[in-house]
Design a protein around this ligand. Structure first.
Ligand SMILES: Nc1ncnc2c1ncn2[C@@H]1O[C@H](COP(=O)(O)OP(=O)(O)O)[C@@H](O)[C@H]1O
Ligand SMILES: [Mg+2]
Length: 293
């Protein structure tokens, strides 16, 4: 394999539209064996990217969903003291063998696996600030020691690590220094057409234009508290298709608003705009220059 081919391990998949810079960032992270930190507004495909990287590389995917209560050590292993106590009470085998009660977490399993894996640490910004700091050494060295048994778990094959953040919290500099970073920009008109095509093959071109014009127009309305995202667009189109609506009906209206707007104030704002006889754009030229280059 030439050096260039060896670098380009990931080339995207049919089910995921990845920009050139995103593909480069994935390949850079694989080549340098550093975690890839992906940021971007909700619904820009951060979580599903991991599935497609795994698919593209032909590796299994392990996911660690982070919650506000997540602790870094749980990703490595947990010591099931409750089970051990139960066993000692009710005679469940050799309780002096502590290793029976050590359960590897997602990070631990990805280290212990025989084959190289893709590990997704999803929504790292949900946890407290200590969380990323506590993972620095393990992610760097890809090894850790199980305190209770003294056993060391070292990665046989360093996993491909993807970390997502919705930017709810700033991540520590020491953590950022160890990652490759990519921000997924909100997709523009042409890229969004490709993304829609992945989910709704061969959509009527006129309907596609009408839904995208309405969608981007809605996103431009500053008073909205929550802008609709790509996933909501995909759902909205599914609702339109199932209802058998014609492109003409989407020309002058936004049917099934509930698929796009998720805050009552936003729905009310649009309904009152409608009542006041507000107009909806139906040509790309009705939108700003950003959409007409
Ligand atoms: N680039 C893309 N290619 C294909 N589908 C996409 C893309 N971006 C977003 N989607 C769709 O949007 C949905 C939301 O993506 P998700 O990964 O959950 O977003 P995030 O994790 O950034 O909030 C996915 O189910 C996927 O169907
Ligand atoms: Mg996500």
């Amino acid at each position: 394999m030439s050096t260039q081919n060896a670098f380009r391990r990931f080339a995207g998949t049919e089910g995921y539209i990845a920009s050139g810079p995103l593909v480069d960032a994935v390949n850079c992270s694989i080549a340098l064996e550093r975690p890839l930190l992906i940021k971007g507004e909700p619904g820009t495909g951060k979580t599903v990217l991991a599935r497609h990287v795994a698919e593209g590389l032909g590796m299994p995917l392990l996911t660690w969903h982070i919650k506000s209560t997540s602790k870094a050590v749980e990703g490595l292993y947990v010591y099931d003291t409750v089970q051990r106590l139960n066993d000692s009470r009710f005679g469940g085998g050799d309780v002096s063998d502590i290793s029976r009660y050590i359960k590897l977490g997602p990070l631990g399993r990805s280290f212990a696996a025989e084959k190289r894996m893709v590990l997704l640490i999803d929504e790292i910004d949900k946890a407290d600030l200590e969380f990323p700091n506590d993972l620095l050494r393990e992610l760097d060295e890809m090894r850790f020691t199980i305190m209770e048994t003294g056993e060391e778990v070292a990665a046989r094959e360093r996993p491909v690590v993807l970390i997502t953040s919705n930017n709810e919290k700033e991540l520590p500099d020491a953590f950022l220094r160890r990652c490759i970073f990519h921000f997924i920009d909100f997709p523009g008109r042409e890229m969004m057409k490709q993304i829609v095509d992945v989910h709704h093959k061969n959509l009527d071109a006129k309907l596609l234009d009408q839904v995208l014009i309405k969608f981007y127009w809605l996103r431009e309305q500053n008073e909205l508290r929550k802008k609709p995202s790509t996933s909501e667009l995909v759902d909205w189109i599914a609702a339109l298709l199932r209802s058998g609506i014609t492109p003409d009906q989407v020309e002058s209206h936004i049917p099934f608003l509930g698929a796009l707007l998720k805050k009552e104030q936003d729905v009310e704002a649009l309904e009152s705009y409608d009542k006041r006889g507000g107009r909806y754009p139906n040509k790309w030229s009705d939108l700003g220059p950003r959409y007409n280059q």
